[in-house]
Structure formats: structure tokens, C-alpha cells
Design a protein around this ligand. Structure first.
Ligand SMILES: C[S@@+](CC[C@H](N)C(=O)[O-])C[C@H]1O[C@@H](n2cnc3c(N)ncnc32)[C@H](O)[C@@H]1O
Length: 400
């Protein structure tokens, strides 16, 4: 268990520093967090670190364990690499598998064919040792192998997560345009909210932001309600895993500050309640129906206490149908923030990269983040009393 492995934790673009900070906060003496690269963070760590990262990371999409890499010019290079990897150390030939592939400027013409050659090399490795060839199961594989093709290299990983980590196991149905759970957690980190502060999402949809925050406030590990790929791999000690889970369960604490949510749609209010309940935090999240245009601070802040309004308003095209209302949505929201939320901090995720102009507010920061393939900005604002409304001039540069 003390052997160190090369790891890679992919995450939504824009959240790499927040993921690296989260990894360091685990305070594992054996985990070495590397320098972040676009869409992920490399690390070195033990198999216990792999288990801990899977259980505790809110921002990573997966925890990949690198088995090997080699220069690649053609698909057969992938086959030869896969043939050399010690797959039998990690799983048995009667377990089913699936090979996924990602690429970044790969010279190979067909990624699908490259994945097929990886699978052939893996299967031939078992066959050459007198064993059965593992079967492929795309739906519910026991083992997931991840092939990444860069401009010059093929990298083969074991996916120790199985289902992606943003699937926490608490989501019932989802509303319109829900955030992925790991993006929501990353936005909370970028917003500056901490569990000591009051949180309010007045456009909560299915409640992703508030449920993530409530679990953080209760120090409830995100992975306690789901299983992981490594549970079907060899080498991950069952007792060590049980100890890690028990320690996480024992770390639960009471939330220090309340969390509020609202939505105009009563179905979303119910959905947020149901999700909070399944996530074990229904006592922390107070949800009610309401129009954001009528919103007021849900609580008076105590001296020294911070209040954070964090939300992702509906995209312009989704309010378009309401005609003029769509155009007026952001200016009116800006007025609500300025007039009623003095002393609060606000963070708004918007796909309109210059939405601060429509809000008529000067952002403290504009974080570049991607909601799937959509480039967005998380605008953060400090709603200070007496700050003059912003004119329509261009704001600070992207990503500052
Ligand atoms: C993009 S969704 C939020 C998604 C949410 N973050 C999630 O992860 O599920 C925007 C939400 O704003 C709500 N909404 C639209 N107009 C509103 C208004 N005037 N007041 C309050 N909520 C509103 C919609 O019902 C929708 O649930």
C-alpha cells in the first residue's frame, strides 16, 4: 500500500487551482499534488490516497491511476503499450471492461480504432499468459481503462472512480440546465463562500449549489453515498477502505451557518428539498418558492458574519420566450442586488461573457469556467453600500 503511483485527476476547465487546493487540504503525508495543467491536476500517491481522493474530492471528475505511457505515431503503438501493462496485477480475466479514450492534438486518425487496439493489447496480454480474454461491457463494466492520446504520447490509466465523481448518488430528477455537482462545488470555492458564512441561491433549480454547500458545511464526504471502481480492482485493501469510510462518517459535524434556496417554480422547490433529503442535509437547507425580483436577504447577518449569494441564472435563450422580460432580467437582478443585498457578496455564473454590463455592477473578479463545452464567467461582486452604479464601459479583462 505504500508504493507511490502516478495519478491524474481531471476536472472542469477553470477549476484546476481549486482542485489542487482541495487535494492539498486532505493533508495526506504521502500525497504529492503536482502543478495543475488544463483540465486536471497530476499527483503521486498511494492506493490509500486514491481511495481518499475518490471519497473526498468534490471537484475532480475522476481519479485516474497511470500504468504507463509511450510515444505514439500509429494505433499499433497503442497495442504494444497495452500488451506491456501488468493488467493481471489489477483485475482478473473474468471481469468485464470498457476502454474510454480522450485526445489532445493526437496524430491518430481514429480515436475509436486506437481504443480498440488498446483493448486488443490488454486482451492478448491475458491470452498469452494462458488466461481467458476479458469481455467488453459498455454499460456496466467491472473495470474501466482510460486511454489518453496527446500530440506525441499514449497514456494508459486505470479509472479508479468508475462512474464519474460528480455522480454523488443523491440526485433524484434534475431541473432545467442543472449544474454538475463538481462544477457547483468549484463555483462555491471560487465564490469565496466558506461554511462559516450564510449562503443563498435565489435561482436554485434542482438545488445543486446549496446541497453541495450543505454537505461541505456538515463535513460530509461527497462519496459516502456511492460505490467506486477501485472496489472491483485488486490491491485496494478492503479493511483500509472501511477505515477511511468510517473516519469520514465520524467527521460529520453540525453546520455553522444556515443555507437558503429559492426558485420561482414550485417543482424546483420540491426537487431541491428531495435532493437535500437524499444527500442527508435537509435540516441545513431552507427552501421556499419566490421570484428573485422580490428577494430580500433571508436572514440578518450577525456582526462579523459574511453573506454570499451564489447562483446560476437561466441562460438568456431560456428566458427569450418571455420577450422583453429576457432583456430586463439581468438589469433588474443587478438592481435587486444593489438595492437589497448591501454588505453581501454575490457570485453569478453566466454564459454571457459581458453580463456585468447588463447587471450594471462592477465585478471584483471574473473567473473563466466551462460549463461542459460552454465558456462562462463566474462574476463575483462585493455589494458595498454607497458604491455608485457602474456605467456601461468595458470591464476588467477575462480571467483577471
Ligand atoms: C439554470 S437554472 C438553475 C440550475 C441550478 N443551479 C441547478 O443546478 O439545478 C435557473 C433556475 O432559475 C429559475 N428561475 C427563473 N426565473 C426565476 C425568477 N424570476 N425567480 C426565481 N427563480 C427563477 C428557474 O425555475 C430555474 O430553476
Amino acid at each position: 500500500m505504500s508504493e507511490l503511483h502516478n495519478l491524474f485527476l481531471p476536472c472542469p476547465r477553470g477549476l484546476e487551482p481549486a482542485l489542487a487546493a482541495e487535494m492539498q487540504a486532505l493533508e495526506s503525508p504521502t500525497l504529492r499534488t503536482g502543478k495543475e495543467v488544463p483540465s486536471g491536476v497530476p499527483a503521486r500517491g498511494t492506493l490509500e490516497d486514491v481511495m481518499r481522493l475518490n471519497l473526498h474530492s468534490r471537484i475532480a471528475s475522476r481519479v485516474l491511476l497511470r500504468l504507463g505511457h509511450a510515444p505514439v505515431e500509429q494505433a499499433d503503438d497503442v497495442y504494444r503499450l497495452a500488451l506491456k501493462m501488468p493488467w493481471e496485477r489489477w483485475f482478473a480475466p473474468d471481469q468485464t471492461l470498457r476502454v474510454d479514450v480522450t485526445a489532445d492534438h493526437s496524430p491518430l486518425e481514429s480515436l475509436h480504432f486506437a481504443a480498440l487496439r488498446a483493448k486488443d493489447g490488454l486482451c492478448d496480454r491475458f491470452r498469452m499468459r494462458g488466461m481467458e480474454r476479458p469481455d467488453v461491457d459498455r454499460e456496466q463494466p467491472d473495470v474501466r481503462v482510460h486511454l489518453h492520446l496527446s500530440a506525441t504520447e499514449a497514456l494508459l490509466y486505470l479509472d479508479t472512480s468508475g462512474e464519474p465523481l460528480f455522480k454523488r448518488g443523491w440526485r433524484t430528477a434534475h431541473g432545467e440546465a442543472p449544474l454538475k455537482e463538481n462544477l457547483a462545488a468549484g463555483l462555491l470555492a471560487l465564490s469565496g463562500w466558506t461554511p462559516q458564512a450564510v449562503l443563498f441561491d435565489p435561482l436554485c433549480g434542482a438545488g445543486t449549489l446549496v446541497v453541495e454547500a450543505a454537505q461541505m458545511a456538515c463535513n460530509l464526504a461527497p462519496g459516502l453515498g456511492r460505490g467506486f471502481g477501485f472496489e472491483r480492482l485488486r490491491g485496494f485493501g478492503a479493511q483500509a477502505w472501511e477505515d477511511i469510510r468510517q473516519a469520514a462518517l465520524a467527521a460529520r459535524r453540525a453546520a455553522q451557518a444556515p443555507i437558503f434556496a429559492a426558485d420561482i417554480d414550485p417543482r424546483m422547490v420540491e426537487l431541491t428539498r428531495a435532493n437535500a433529503q437524499r444527500a442527508g442535509v435537509e435540516a441545513v437547507v431552507q427552501v421556499k418558492q419566490g421570484d428573485v425580483m422580490d428577494a430580500v436577504p433571508p436572514i440578518q447577518l450577525q456582526p462579523g458574519q459574511a453573506g454570499h449569494l451564489v447562483t446560476n441564472p437561466p441562460y438568456a435563450e431560456r428566458i427569450e420566450a418571455k420577450g422583453r422580460e429576457a432583456e430586463e432580467f439581468l438589469p433588474r437582478l443587478g438592481d435587486v442586488l444593489k438595492q437589497r443585498f448591501t454588505g453581501w457578496n454575490a457570485a453569478l455564473l453566466l454564459a454571457d461573457l459581458q453580463a456585468d454590463r447588463a447587471l450594471r455592477l462592477k465585478p471584483a473578479r471574473r473567473h473563466v469556467v466551462y460549463n461542459g463545452p460552454i465558456e462562462c464567467r463566474l462574476f463575483t461582486f462585493q455589494l458595498v453600500a454607497g458604491r455608485p452604479p457602474r456605467k456601461t464601459a468595458a470591464g476588467a479583462g477575462a480571467g483577471d
